[in-house]
Each structure stands twice: as C-alpha cells, then as structure tokens.
Ligand binder design. Sequence first.
Ligand SMILES: [Zn+2]
Length: 134
Amino acid sequence: MEDYDKLLEEAYGKVKRIDTKSERFEIPKVDVQNVGNKTVFSNFIQVASYIRRTPEQVCKFLTKELASLGKIENDRLIFNRKISSVQVQDKFSLYVKKYVLCNQCGKPDTEITKQDNLQFIHCLACGAKQSLGR
Ligand SMILES: [Zn+2]
C-alpha cells in the first residue's frame, strides 16, 4: 500500500511540474493609438510593471528604437510622432527578448545589474548572467 501511495505522489508531482511549465510567459500586447500627430501608448505603465522593468528603462529603449521623443504622462507614454501599433509592439517585443527573457532558460525572472559600467541580465531562475554591454 505504501508503494502505491508513493506512486501516486510521484504521479502527482509529475503533473504538478508539467502545470508550472505550461504557465508560459507571454509578451504583453501594447495598447497604442494615434492621436493627431502623436502616438499614445495607453497601457505603458501596466506592461512595464508586468515585465518588471522601470518605465524609464523601457521608455529610453523605445524612444531610441522608434526614433521619437517620448514622455511619460500618468500611465501612458506619449510619442511625439505617428507610429503604428505594430511598430511599437515590434520594438516592445524586442525589448522583452533582449532585456527580460533569460537566453539560457527562457524565463522572465531576471534583473538588470550593473558592474564595472557594464550591464548584465541576471536570471533568478537558473543563475545565468549575460553581458548587455554598456
Ligand atoms: Zn535562466
């Protein structure tokens, strides 16, 4: 009987493990509208906190990649030119792949650390550390 319980426990353990694995991280969808000559990224603060990066870090990357000035207003990021939501989504996904997801295990449980003027992405799940350059 003990063996049977053990088997059950093992089976349950396996199921549980598969469950956590299937809880996959998905890159959040950006909510972007063109207003006049400007572009409003409405859920900016929300998606930045979801990927656990500061709004400033994400803003710096997006404005550089999209060649536009931008300012954070309340929960939104406002670009000073017209940009399609597809372009914003593209660059946002790029940011997540480069600065959020671990290139070893693919998990989003990472943090950005600085050492000797170099930036590193440090994975809290597997411990991998990768240089991002300056
Ligand atoms: Zn990792």
